[in-house]
Write a protein that binds this ligand. Structure first.
Ligand code: FAD
Length: 417
C-alpha cells in the first residue's frame, strides 16, 4: 500500500452511506477500507432496520452506475404520484371537495431523459443486501464487527484505533458512522441540533387494494404520517407521534394497532394487515458545523441527521458519497494529496449549502405542520393551494426532491467516475 498506509481512504461506518462511498472509490481504482461495529450478518437480520426509503432518481442512477441496478430494481416500487394532504381526512387529495392538498406527478417532469418516476421506494434490508453483495464482489476490505475507538488526525496521516487493539493509517479518514461520530469528535467539529420529542413508528402493511404507486403524506397535529407504496401490494407506514405515544403504538398487539389505524384512516386503505415487527426511531436534528478538517471528511448522518418528513436523509448521504468520491478520485488522478485541506474544501463547498438548506427546510416544515393552530393552518393551506396551482413551482419541488438540481456529481448523472 502507498507510503506504508493500510488504505487510501479509511471509511468509519459501513452503513448505506459508507458502503456506497466505498464502492464509488473502488470503482475508480482507489483502495478504501470499511470498518463497522456491526457485522453484515447483523445488519441484514430482519430485526435490524424495518424502514423503507424513498430514493431520489439521481441516487438510483448512482447505484446503477456502481453496478447495483439489477439487484435493486427488482425490489423497487416506482413512485408515480405524491399526494400531500393537510389534515385528518384520509384520501382528501383524491377528491376536490376536501381541504388543502398538493399533488406531484411523474408525468409532469418527463422532459428528463426517459420516463423516470419521481423516485423509488426500497426497503432498507434490500438496499443493504445489494450493497453488501456489491462490496464483497468488488473485493473491498471490510473490518466488522469492530469498533472505531479513537481517531488521530496528524500532519501526514490519519490514525484509526480499533477495539481489537489494531491501529490503521491512511491519508484520509471519512466519518460515516451516523449521528455519534468518532471522526467528527476527533476533528473538533461541533454539531448543533435538538430532539423533536417525536418518534417515527415504522410498520409494513399488506394492502387489500392496489396502491397504484401513490405515496400519501398527511399532516396531522402530532406530526406527519406517510403511507409509502412497496412492491407486492404492500406499504410502509411512517407514523410520527409524540415519543410516549410512539412507544405505545410500537408495543401494541397487531389487532390493537390495526384497530387504531382503521379508526384514524377509516376504510380508505381497505383492509390493512400489519406484517412483521414494528420499529420506533426517536427523531432529532443535528447538523455538523463543517464537513471537513485536515485528513478528515464527514458524510451521511455523521454530518446531518434530519427529520424524515421529506424522505431525504439517506438521499443527502448518498449525494455526499457521490461528491466526495469524485473530489478524491479526481485529486488522486492529478497526484494531489487526497487528505489535504485544499482538496477536501472542494467537497465541503459542493455539499455544504444543500445539506444545511434541507436540514432547515425539513425542520421548518415539521414545525409548520405539527400544530393545530387555526391561523397557522389557514396560512399553510393557502400556501399549499397556491403551489398546487403553479405548475413551475410544483416541477421545481419535484426536481429538487429527485436530486436533479444544481451542479451534479458524475455518479448522480449516471456516469462512471
Ligand atoms: C423513520 C425514518 C424514515 C426515514 N425515511 C427515509 C427516506 O424515505 N428517505 C431517505 O433518504 N432517508 C430516510 N431516513 C433517513 C435515513 O434512514 C438515514 O439518513 C440513513 O439511514 C443514514 O445512513 P448512514 O449510513 O449515513 O448512517 P447510519 O445508518 O447511522 O450508519 C452508520 C454505521 O456506522 C456504524 N458505526 C457507528 N459508530 C461506529 C463506531 N464507533 N465504530 C464502527 N462503526 C460504527 C453503525 O453500526 C452503522 O452501520 C429515514 C429516517 C427515519 C428515522
Amino acid at each position: 500500500m502507498n507510503g506504508g498506509f493500510d488504505a487510501d481512504v479509511i471509511v468509519c461506518g459501513a452503513g448505506m452511506t459508507g458502503v456506497t462511498l466505498g464502492l464509488a472509490l473502488a470503482s475508480a481504482g482507489l483502495r478504501p477500507l470499511l470498518i463497522d461495529r456491526a457485522g453484515f450478518e447483523a445488519q441484514l437480520a430482519p430485526t435490524f432496520d424495518g424502514r423503507a426509503s424513498a430514493i431520489a432518481f439521481s441516487n438510483i442512477r448512482q447505484w446503477r452506475a456502481l453496478g447495483l441496478g439489477e439487484a435493486l430494481l427488482a425490489h423497487a416500487q416506482p413512485i408515480q404520484q405524491i399526494l400531500v394532504t393537510d389534515g385528518r381526512t384520509p384520501g382528501a387529495a383524491a377528491g376536490p371537495a376536501y381541504g388543502a392538498f398538493l399533488r406531484f406527478e411523474a408525468a409532469e417532469i418527463d422532459d428528463r431523459d426517459g420516463a423516470e418516476p419521481l423516485g423509488y421506494m426500497l426497503e432498507n434490508r434490500r438496499i443493504r443486501a445489494a450493497l453488501v453483495e456489491a462490496v464483497q464482489a468488488a473485493g473491498v476490505t471490510v473490518l466488522a464487527p469492530v469498533r472505531v475507538e479513537q481517531v488521530t488526525l496528524g500532519a501526514r496521516a490519519a490514525q484509526v484505533a480499533l477495539s481489537d487493539g489494531r491501529t490503521l493509517s491512511a491519508p484520509l479518514v471519512v466519518g460515516a458512522e451516523g449521528k455519534v461520530s468518532v471522526v467528527r469528535r476527533a476533528a473538533g467539529i461541533e454539531a448543533a441540533g435538538w430532539g423533536y420529542g417525536q418518534s417515527g413508528v415504522v410498520a409494513t402493511i399488506a394492502l387489500e387494494r392496489d396502491h397504484g404507486g401513490v405515496a400519501h403524506e398527511y399532516f396531522l397535529p402530532s406530526g406527519p404520517f406517510a403511507i409509502l407504496p412497496l412492491t407486492g401490494q404492500r406499504a410502509s407506514l411512517v407514523w410520527t407521534e409524540t415519543a410516549r405515544r410512539g412507544e405505545a403504538l410500537a408495543g401494541a398487539g397487531d389487532e390493537a394497532f390495526q384497530a387504531y389505524l382503521l379508526r384514524r384512516f377509516g376504510g380508505f386503505l381497505g383492509r390493512a394487515e400489519p406484517t412483521g415487527p414494528r420499529f420506533v426511531y426517536p427523531l432529532s436534528l443535528h447538523v455538523a458545523a463543517d464537513l471537513v478538517a485536515p485528513r478528515a471528511a464527514l458524510a451521511g448522518d455523521a454530518a446531518h441527521v434530519i427529520h424524515p418528513i421529506a424522505g431525504q436523509g439517506l438521499n443527502l448521504g448518498l449525494k455526499d458519497a457521490a461528491a466526495l468520491a469524485e473530489v478524491v478520485v479526481d485529486a488522486a488522478r492529478l497526484g494531489e494529496d487526497i487528505g489535504a485541506p485544499s482538496v477536501l474544501e472542494r467537497y465541503a463547498r459542493w455539499r455544504r449549502l444543500d445539506n444545511v438548506a434541507l436540514a432547515l427546510a425539513t425542520d421548518g416544515f415539521n414545525r409548520l405542520f405539527s400544530t393545530d393552530n387555526a391561523l397557522v393552518r389557514a396560512a399553510r393551506d393557502a400556501g399549499m393551494a397556491l403551489v398546487n396551482r403553479l405548475g413551475p413551482a410544483r416541477r421545481f419541488f419535484m426536481r429538487e426532491a429527485g436530486g436533479a438540481v444544481g451542479d451534479l456529481p458524475r455518479l448522480l448523472r449516471g456516469e462512471a467516475l
